[in-house]
Design a protein around this ligand. Structure first.
Ligand code: HEM
Ligand SMILES: N[C@@H](CC(=O)c1ccccc1NC=O)C(=O)O
Length: 282
């Protein structure tokens, strides 16, 4: 073994020796070489680095949110509510990080952003395949939005798979049906690519669960976790819309939408509709 690839150190009387060729290192394990050379600014503008890093951090958190959401859904499929709740609790904490990231981006003024905005061309958050995958897994099935990814086959496969699978809400209703709650049969087996249509029968089930939570404790806890998750998703959307308003005003979006008014409309979307409507009649 060559001397330069090995080392030993005396730590509290213990001789620790390692071989660098095989040893795991901090940067190697974390892939820092790729991670920290992936901030490729197109301009010399100071704030472009902030813009890139905020998006990269967002995509990394989204990766973990997807991982935890998949894990949580898999537990629900196996009727393991407790471990699913543990994963959704983590999702909510990650969402808090995503929400607070807007405060960092808000330090960028309109002039700072406009200085490099033209370099972005027609690229836009619309093209985030992880975001679209997440929306589909949670239950917002707008099939048209998958087409954006058709020129990127791995992304298209990921998004299409999410479109075709039962969402978190679908799996929640299937679990309730297995537990004897009166979920309509056409919601237990359906074409999952289609948007979910709210049902009075489902609202009735949640009314039963909420009115007597002590006898329906697991279902009640699951319902409240989903409320947290959707509430935080709404907060993220709202902060996005307000940050966009303060940075580009009422300009059109680079992705071709009207901009702020498009983002305002997106605030009306619901992943778990009956869990909200039931609250009016509890
Ligand atoms: C200066 C900052 C930003 C501006 C001006 C902005 C603006 C917009 C606009 C106008 C849209 C609508 C699509 C379009 O026409 O382009 C949009 C969509 C989107 N943006 Fe941003 N955005 C900003 C930052 C971010 C950040 C930091 C993220 C994520 C980390 C993000 C994620 C998204 C996503 C996922 C969509 C698609 C939303 C949907 O389809 O409902 N944006 N953004
Ligand atoms: N839609 C934004 C551009 C934008 O925000 C963006 C552009 C490239 C990569 C990520 C982006 N972020 C989210 O939409 C705009 O209209 O200025």
């Amino acid at each position: 073994m060559s001397e330069q690839f090995s080392s030993s150190v005396d730590v509290s009387g213990e001789d620790i020796h390692w071989d660098f060729k095989d040893a795991m290192s901090y940067g190697g394990y974390l892939g820092l070489e790729r991670l920290l050379t992936s901030q490729k600014c197109l301009t010399e503008e100071h704030d472009e680095m902030l813009f890139i890093v905020i998006h990269q951090v967002g995509e990394l958190w989204m990766k973990l949110v997807l991982h935890e959401t998949e894990g949580g859904i898999a537990h629900l499929q196996r009727d393991e509510v407790g471990p699913a709740l543990k994963m959704f609790a983590r999702v909510s904490r990650i969402q808090e990080q995503l929400i607070h990231a807007w405060d960092v981006l808000s330090t960028m003024t309109p002039a700072d952003y406009l200085a490099f905005r033209d370099a972005l061309g027609q690229s836009s958050g619309f093209q985030s395949f992880q975001y679209r995958t997440l929306e589909y897994r949670l239950g917002n099935k707008n099939a048209a939005l998958a087409r954006v990814h058709k020129h990127n086959p791995p992304a298209h496969r990921m998004v299409t798979r999410a479109l075709e699978l039962p969402s978190l809400w679908d799996e929640t209703l299937r679990l309730l049906a297995r537990r004897g709650y009166a979920i309509p049969a056409e919601l237990v087996e359906r074409d999952w690519t289609q948007p979910y249509a709210p049902s009075e029968a489902v609202e009735d089930v949640w009314r039963t669960i909420y009115r007597d939570s002590e006898t329906h404790w697991e279902a009640y806890e699951l319902g409240e976790k989903l409320v947290d998750l959707e509430h935080k998703f709404q907060q993220w959307r709202f902060n996005h819309m307000k940050t966009v308003e303060r940075i580009i005003g009422y300009r059109k979006g680079t992705g071709g939408t009207s901009g702020v008014s498009y983002l305002v409309k997106a605030l009306d979307l619901r992943f778990f509709p009956e869990i909200w409507t039931v609250r009016t009649t509890l």
